[in-house]
Design a protein around this ligand. Structure first.
Ligand SMILES: *[C@@H]1O[C@H](CO)[C@@H](O)[C@H](O)[C@H]1NC(C)=O
Ligand SMILES: *[C@@H]1O[C@H](CO)[C@@H](O)[C@H](O)[C@H]1NC(C)=O
Ligand SMILES: *[C@@H]1O[C@H](CO)[C@@H](O)[C@H](O)[C@H]1NC(C)=O
Ligand SMILES: *[C@@H]1O[C@H](CO)[C@@H](O)[C@H](O)[C@H]1NC(C)=O
Length: 378
């Protein structure tokens, strides 16, 4: 009885009944927005202010999602200056919450998930078409957001596009660059290479593309997180993703993969090695949101105009967020981050044992398990 109670309560704790998670994103003016941090939303402004003596502004307003979803992820819709939030509301997991970053207001778009498994997927938002592409249970789905910066009364739908040509055990790691979806860590694809889906032709490229480091070595074939950088290309388009960061689960390095030159550059891995952290990239920086609600950044470009990669860049906290939403309160019960990855919930099992992932809620459950077990003995 004692063992059964203890084991079942520990299992309850390990599976994590609360999967809430804040998220970070940029608006089109490259202000850093942090949502659901200490149960509020914040605008930290542009990069030069992040480590200043000021504080981030509280932009919490009505209509926002509760950020109590299973593994919330946020995306910048560049042409509308809106942030789309997936999985931000456990009661309405398929709804897409839209933050209009110009009007500073929220609305909720009803979405019919159909056969799309909202609890297990990775997704990107395409630059030119404003269409989400997601890989879930081996199938590629899409969700056309039109040019919405506020919800439409007509529900949208996740559409089953086609089966992906990848093994069924593939836990997707997806990154967007130049309207190509890069799939990393596909079983059978060598380290340093990615499989590609060409969005405009709806085409899975049969051969993998190699992105070697200058010394000929390769980024590892392993699970991790990605974030795409926005850059000026040779067209008049708005800044477009031409490079993306790949952060392996062990945080050993940040690999910046450039799809124009087909090369990879290795930068410093995050100082906070948190397998549950999520990432968002802007123009000049890569931002990390840890599972206990700390926001750190890597100033990956130096200079302006034709800025060049700052190979010596190091990670620092976005202190103006830490000062208003300290990590101790960011792990409060309703904002408790936990065992699932922001962009790849299905890949969470490998990382959820990490000590950093242990939230207060989990600790509370473990404590109550022990107390319950003791009570059973008496
Ligand atoms: C949350 O995610 C887990 C694991 O992916 C899944 O088993 C569970 O059903 C999800 N819960 C909700 C409310 O979607
Ligand atoms: C990068 O690879 C693609 C696809 O193989 C190729 O079309 C392109 O020319 C390559 N670019 C460079 C600069 O090598
Ligand atoms: C190549 O460069 C990477 C990144 O700097 C480094 O981790 C790796 O050890 C290097 N490999 C060799 C063979 O020098
Ligand atoms: C950046 O480089 C391009 C092409 O080399 C050049 O035309 C442009 O003037 C440069 N811009 C700046 C700000 O230096």
């Amino acid at each position: 009885m004692f063992l059964l109670t203890l084991v079942s309560l520990l299992l309850l704790s390990a599976s994590g009944t609360v999967h809430a998670r804040p998220c970070v994103a940029f608006d089109v003016n490259w202000n850093l927005l942090a949502f659901g941090l200490d149960n509020k939303d914040w605008n930290a402004g542009q990069q030069p202010t992040w480590t200043g003596s000021g504080s981030a502004s509280d932009i919490t307003t009505s209509g926002r999602p509760p950020f109590d979803g299973n593994s919330t992820t946020c995306y910048l819709s560049q042409y509308t200056n809106a942030i789309y939030v997936l999985n931000g509301d456990s009661k309405n997991p398929s709804s897409v919450y839209i933050y209009d970053a110009t009007a500073l207001s929220w609305s909720t778009q009803a979405v019919d998930a159909g056969t799309f498994d909202i609890s297990s997927f990775d997704a990107i938002l395409d630059h030119d078409t404003n269409v989400f592409y997601a890989l879930s249970q081996g199938t590629l789905f899409h969700l056309d957001m039109g040019l919405l910066k506020a919800a439409n009364s007509t529900p949208l739908s996740w559409v089953n596009t086609e089966a992906a040509p990848y093994p069924s055990n593939y836990v997707p790691v997806m990154a967007l660059a130049q309207n190509h979806i890069h799939f990393l860590d596909v079983p059978g694809v060598p380290a340093g290479s990615a499989d590609i889906f060409v969005i405009h032709y709806s085409y899975f490229q049969p051969e993998a593309q190699a992105y070697p480091l200058p010394n000929g070595s390769a980024f590892p074939a392993t699970f991790g997180q990605t974030a795409s950088f926005f850059q000026q290309d040779n067209t008049a388009r708005a800044l477009v993703q031409q490079e993306f960061a790949f952060i392996p689960q062990d945080s050993s390095a940040v690999y910046v993969i450039n799809v124009e030159t087909n090369t990879t550059q290795a930068l410093a891995g995050p100082s906070v090695k948190d397998p549950e952290a999520t990432y968002f990239a802007g123009v000049t920086s890569l931002v990390q949101l840890t599972s206990n609600g700390v926001v750190n950044f890597l100033p990956y470009l130096e200079g302006s105009g034709n800025a060049s990669t700052n190979a010596a860049a190091t990670w620092s906290p976005v202190s103006i967020l830490t000062s208003v939403a300290p990590p101790s309160t960011a792990t409060g019960s309703s904002a408790a981050p936990s065992g699932t990855h922001g962009s790849s919930p299905s890949g969470s099992s490998s990382g959820s044992s990490g000590a950093l992932a242990m939230s207060n809620v989990h600790l509370g459950l473990v404590l109550s398990a022990v107390l319950g077990a003791v009570a059973c003995l008496l």
